[in-house]
Design a protein around this ligand. Structure first.
Ligand code: NAD
Length: 471
């Protein structure tokens, strides 16, 4: 596939192979862009600002709805592209596409709801009642969207769709591991807007991504990816707005009075969705000792029913992870936890890019497996005695994306909701839950700023005050 600048598909002499992690076959190649390509894309986006701003809010909304219809028509093909490039099981890829359609719909609706407000500027003694003022929300200009491999379409849309709804033009850089579906998405958006409103460039993060981050032609970087890259970006971005959606290490807290069956089913879907390669995946299961044995028995039974295999097969639950080095990283973290005293309950084996759904008991927070984000199909169990210790362990991490808590006690639920330091605390639900309209974004090292269309639109506008002296 090619990337897109000013409505033209661009090829380069150097290419990157996109490999299917399931069978090692070549899916396609993408051009390796350089700094000069990022600069061309930024220039094209700046040149298109006028054409986008000349459209009425209603016209922008209609065009977003039109793009949404085309995306819906193409959903199956794009889902299959995600399966091939990222190894995501088809049934999960098609859900990503359904959500993506909804994300675009939310943005098409939000394009018509961007309000300023009247300002009582005569509240001061220095002017009289004939002085009045109001604010207007104006676009920032150009938004740079840098995205990861795991939700290549929906996470790109969480940047592109609100940016365009607020009349910003966009330069998008998808992940090198899974660029194909995102490139196709950019083509679809481009079919409905003036050339240059959306541009895409593939290339290395340190080259194309960095060129975007340091450019004075970009007014905001909206980044989703790892903490290390997010920190690096924030040190290089200068005076531009920044949204950082970073890694997570989300706890699932199961207290002594929890409905254990419901908690087990939440743990099974939360820890193993897309082989654990989900920022809001359940990455630590914090169990009260009183229900731990019952929970672990049931959990091992449920997890062993998950079907591992060809991700294109509609019945597959667990596909490969993104590449072999990611699988080796997971294997190393699990083996080192076992050497340090964790007990293997289920799984623990790797074959090429596949890693089995794995459950480990007696994990503690000093183990690398839980001190850092493992990003694999691993469910580490940390046993605790009572609510105070559960909250303490839940907070014993540099991350704070989301948290799930299972309890039937309103007092315990409220204490967790108030005391767990995370962007969302979900009671009787696993952390692996997001709707595309809700405010979403982590605390601590999990990032800054909120996504969710309404919130992203707010952050992709600036406020201008206009005052009239009618004296
Ligand atoms: P990554 O940080 O390696 O890469 C993300 C993007 O950044 C890629 O497009 C990459 O090319 C680009 N990049 C790399 N170096 C760069 C640089 N110097 N300047 C600019 N751009 C650069 O992340 P990944 O491995 O693709 O994704 C997995 C990570 O993303 C996990 O940590 C996961 O938790 C996180 N994530 C977070 C959320 C969220 O919403 N909080 C959602 C999904 C994934």
């Amino acid at each position: 596939m090619k990337f897109l600048i000013n409505g033209e598909l661009i090829d380069k002499s150097d290419h990157f192979d996109v490999i299917n992690p399931y069978n090692g076959e070549l899916v396609d190649t993408v051009p390796i862009g350089y700094r000069s390509d990022a600069d061309d894309a930024i220039e094209s986006a700046n040149n298109a600002r006028r054409a986008l701003n000349d459209l009425s809010a209603k016209e922008v909304s209609i065009k977003l709805f039109d793009a949404c219809e085309e995306l819906e028509r193409e959903s199956e093909d794009i889902a299959k592209l995600i399966v091939a490039e990222a190894g995501k099981p088809y049934k999960q890829a098609i859900v990503e596409l359904q959500r993506s359609v909804e994300t675009l719909q939310f943005a098409a609706e939000e394009a018509k709801r961007i309000y300023g407000e009247s300002v009582p500027i005569d509240a001061t003694g220095s002017v009289d009642a004939r002085f009045f003022a109001f604010t207007k929300k104006v676009p920032l200009g150009v938004v740079g969207a840098i995205t990861p491999f795991n939700y290549p379409v929906n996470l790109a849309l969480h940047k592109i769709a609100p940016a365009i709804a607020a009349k910003n033009t966009v330069v998008m850089k998808p992940s090198m591991e899974a660029p194909l579906a995102a490139l196709r998405l950019a083509e679809i958006i481009n079919n409905h807007f003036p050339d240059g409103v959306i541009n895409s460039v593939t290339g290395y993060g340190s080259e194309v991504g960095d060129a975007m981050v340091v450019s004075t032609g970009i007014n905001k970087i909206s980044f989703t990816g790892s903490v290390a890259t997010g920190l690096f970006i924030s040190s290089r971005s200068g005076m531009k707005k920044l949204t950082l959606e970073l890694g997570g290490n989300d706890p699932l807290v199961v207290l002594e009075d929890a409905d254990v069956e419901k908690a087990v089913s939440a743990a099974t879907s939360g820890a193993f969705l897309f082989s654990g390669q989900v920022c809001i995946g359940v990455k630590r299961i914090i169990l009260d000792n009183k229900i731990a044995d019952e929970f672990i028995d049931l959990f091992a039974k449920e997890a062993s029913k998950l079907k591992m295999g060809n991700p294109m097969d509609e019945s597959t639950d667990i596909g490969p992870v993104i590449n072999e080095s990611a699988a080796i990283h997971i294997e190393t973290a699990v083996n080192s936890a076992i050497e340090d005293g964790a007990e293997l309950i289920l799984g623990g084996n790797r074959k090429d890019c596949f890693y089995e759904p794995t459950i480990l008991d007696n994990v503690n927070m000093t183990m690398d497996l839980v001190a850092n984000e493992t990003f694999g199909p691993v469910a580490p169990i940390i046993r605790v005695d009572g609510l105070d210790e559960a909250i303490k362990v839940a907070n014993d991490t540099q991350y704070g994306l989301q948290a799930g808590v299972f309890t039937e006690s309103i007092r315990s639920a409220l204490r967790c909701a108030n005391e767990i330091d995370a962007g969302s605390v979900l009671i009787n639900k696993e952390s692996t839950f997001r709707t595309d309209a809700m405010p979403f974004g982590g605390f601590k090292s999990s990032g800054m700023g909120k996504e969710g269309i309404k919130y992203a639109v707010e952050d992709m506008c600036k406020t201008k005050l206009i005052a009239f002296n009618c004296k």
